[in-house]
Design a protein around this ligand. Structure first.
Ligand SMILES: Cc1cc2nc3c(=O)[nH]c(=O)nc-3n(C[C@H](O)[C@H](O)[C@H](O)COP(=O)(O)OP(=O)(O)OC[C@H]3O[C@@H](n4cnc5c(N)ncnc54)[C@H](O)[C@@H]3O)c2cc1C
Length: 353
């Protein structure tokens, strides 16, 4: 639950060219509550809002029976996995994907970096001296250096993200463990519990840089950025058929197995560096590409026509799309950040201080 709150509070920038690919119905509904342009060609929106709006938007299809929602954690013993009573399994279950492990798909790591996220929520009725900066200033300050990044909704709710070197990250982990073991809330104004150590100083300096009062900070989380990708994103699965449950004897008489297909999408398929802000954008692009491939493979003249068993070869387009997306986002963006680490500048700044 805690992991969910942390994840959903994060504000992301959704690129216009990704939004353009969505159906009109989704485009209209997604931004009906929060439609905020901060950077020139994207919109800022909390993950919570993206998920809640998409959930609302599928309700008509739930009501007419086209979609059935099953609120459960998928695991090895889930009935549908044991019986294989599905055609397609889509693993959109994040960077620690269960589906990926279930399919025995290996991850290839390009490198590690460290960061922390400082969550804040600035209420509306506060003294003018505590009013946050205009979003335009947040953009200029974010683009002017490579240590701090603010992603917020209306400047009031969001995260100050800070790149850390490994020692700073370890210090943060140790200090947060003490708060957790005492079950105490974090209070950056309490210098006894958050003294002038490297990590608390870096956080306070970042807040000061963006003129965010420490009293509005409610959570600090360590973030390990493992830039990595799945070796494949389409896998054929074979399920042993329980003879008593055979429903179509002709198809299975000679065989003991049924073949289904599993796909990886989003962070389950690829984790990029958050600095260029493309993780959710890539996830959405992958989801759209997969949906189009499913549509091509499973319909004829607008009617559903699933040629069982579905084969890996029917989804080469998706595998190819994800390879190109990976080249663009990892080689083209994330690795450029990774090959230019902050370590030397941080060490120099410590000796200067
Ligand atoms: C600091 C930071 C800043 C970022 N900024 C940006 C940005 O500006 N722009 C951008 O595009 N991206 C950004 N990202 C990346 C973006 O947040 C992620 O790429 C995106 O949220 C991944 O979405 P996802 O749905 O693939 O995975 P997740 O968001 O991790 O969702 C996975 C879901 O699967 C569920 N789940 C997990 N296991 C199971 C199971 N066994 N059974 C059932 N359900 C399960 C989880 O509960 C969760 O709901 C940022 C990330 C970070 C850390």
């Amino acid at each position: 639950e805690e992991e969910g709150k942390t994840r959903r509070d994060q504000v992301v920038t959704l690129q216009d060219h990704v939004i353009e690919q969505m159906p009109e119905y989704i485009k209209q509904g997604l931004f009906q509550n929060i439609n905020e342009r901060v950077w020139p060609i994207s919109r800022n929106i909390p993950i919570r809002e993206v998920e809640d709006r998409l959930f609302d938007l599928i309700q008509p299809f739930v009501r007419n029976g086209q979609i059935e929602l099953i609120p459960e954690n998928l695991h090895e013993q889930s009935e549908c996995l044991i019986k294989g009573n599905f055609d397609i399994l889509v693993g959109a279950d994040g960077s620690n994907s269960f589906v990926r492990r279930y399919c025995n798909i290996q991850m290839i790591s390009e490198g590690l970096e460290y960061a922390c996220g400082v969550a804040y929520n600035i209420p509306n009725n506060i003294p003018s001296s505590e009013e946050p900066l205009h979003q335009a200033l947040n953009c200029i300050l974010t683009a002017s250096q490579t240590r701090y990044l603010v992603n917020s909704s209306t400047s009031r709710r969001g995260y100050l993200n800070i790149r850390l070197i490994q020692d700073e990250y370890k210090e943060l982990q140790n200090r947060l463990e003490i708060f957790q073991s005492h079950n105490e809330p974090l209070d950056l104004l309490d210098f006894n519990k958050c003294p002038q150590s490297p990590i608390w100083t870096i956080i306070r300096q970042g807040l000061q840089f963006f003129k965010i009062s420490p009293k509005y900070v409610f959570r600090v989380i360590p973030i390990e950025i493992n830039v990595r990708h799945a070796s494949i994103v389409v896998r054929e699965l074979r399920h042993e058929i329980d003879k008593n449950e055979k429903q179509t004897p002709n198809e299975y008489d000679e065989k003991k197995y049924k073949t289904t297909l599993a796909f990886l999408v989003g962070d389950a398929a690829m984790c990029v560096h958050f600095w260029p802000g493309r993780g959710m954008n890539s996830g959405m692009k992958g989801a759209i590409a997969l949906a189009r491939n499913i549509l091509r493979s499973c319909t004829i003249n607008n009617s559903i026509n699933i040629r069982r068993p579905l084969r890996f070869l029917n989804f080469l387009d998706y595998e190819g799309f994800m390879a190109r997306l990976r080249a663009r986002e990892q080689q083209g963006r994330s690795l450029r950040v990774l090959i230019d680490p902050i370590d030397k500048s941080v060490e120099a700044s410590y000796s200067y201080a």
